[in-house]
Write a protein that binds this ligand. Structure first.
Ligand SMILES: [Fe+2]
Ligand SMILES: [Fe+2]
Length: 233
């Protein structure tokens, strides 16, 4: 068994240290963003996975990523982390959400009768898109500038209302996680049926990419940025 990773550390912490570990946990169905405060041991138990198997996979990912420059965002400033979140994840969502919705709509027209679950996925996705757009606006207009200000001039920064705004973002993250989980379930893990066309395949690939990107996105906010901001209040 690999013993380099301490199983009493939280899964959020482990991914913060090395982003590639998130892909391993993702592939095993272990939530590291909204469920990032659980220890690795706990998370394995809840996912009914042997700890040694998970440790071996994490160790393999560490070896594979050893030459790649690893960014540990917990050591970065809140300002740099906010800029990374916006330029990486918010830009991704603003590009992907409309394009993916158009494709889901098209697939519903062609395959909706044979695969009625697509109609449910479209309704969930429409709601998810609206919520994510409102959520990102709230972050960019309100909470992220407050995080930057609190870091630069803690004494002068606006603090009242920030704790409540942070808690609200965390609640919204949990809701986003639930919606994505439902979409995964309805699509049987983003499976393409035998009669699925090329667009159907692109939709499933797009949904899987959305899930993966959103888990890293929410991880950076829930497990690094927002706790850091809370400590400054
Ligand atoms: Fe965000
Ligand atoms: Fe967020």
């Amino acid at each position: 068994m690999n013993t380099l990773i301490d199983t009493s550390r939280t899964v959020g912490d482990l991914v913060t240290e090395r982003e590639a570990r998130g892909d391993v946990l993702e592939s095993l169905g272990i939530d590291f963003c909204c469920g990032g405060r659980r220890t690795l041991k706990q998370a394995c138990r809840e996912a009914h996975l042997p700890v040694c198997r998970v440790l071996d996979k994490l160790a393999a990912a560490d070896i594979a990523a050893a030459d790649a420059p690893a960014v540990n965002w917990s050591r970065a400033s809140m300002s740099d982390l906010v800029d990374n979140i916006v330029s990486t994840h918010h830009v991704f969502l603003r590009r992907e959400l409309p394009a993916l919705y158009a494709r889901i709509d098209k697939v519903c027209l062609v395959h909706g009768d044979a695969h009625p679950e697509l109609l449910e996925i479209r309704a969930l996705f429409r709601q998810l898109r609206r919520e994510l757009e409102d959520h990102m606006a709230k972050e960019e207009i309100d909470v992220f500038p407050a995080c930057k200000a609190i870091e630069l001039r803690p004494a002068a920064a606006r603090k009242e209302g920030l704790a409540a705004a942070i808690a609200e973002l965390e609640t919204e993250h949990a809701r986003v996680g639930e919606a994505i989980h439902k979409i995964r379930h309805l699509s049987s893990g983003y499976a393409v049926p035998a009669d699925g066309c090329r667009t159907y395949k692109l939709v499933m690939e797009g949904l899987a990419r959305l899930e993966q990107n959103t888990h890293q996105h929410v991880h950076k906010e829930n497990n690094i940025l927002l706790p850091k901001a809370r400590r400054k209040l």
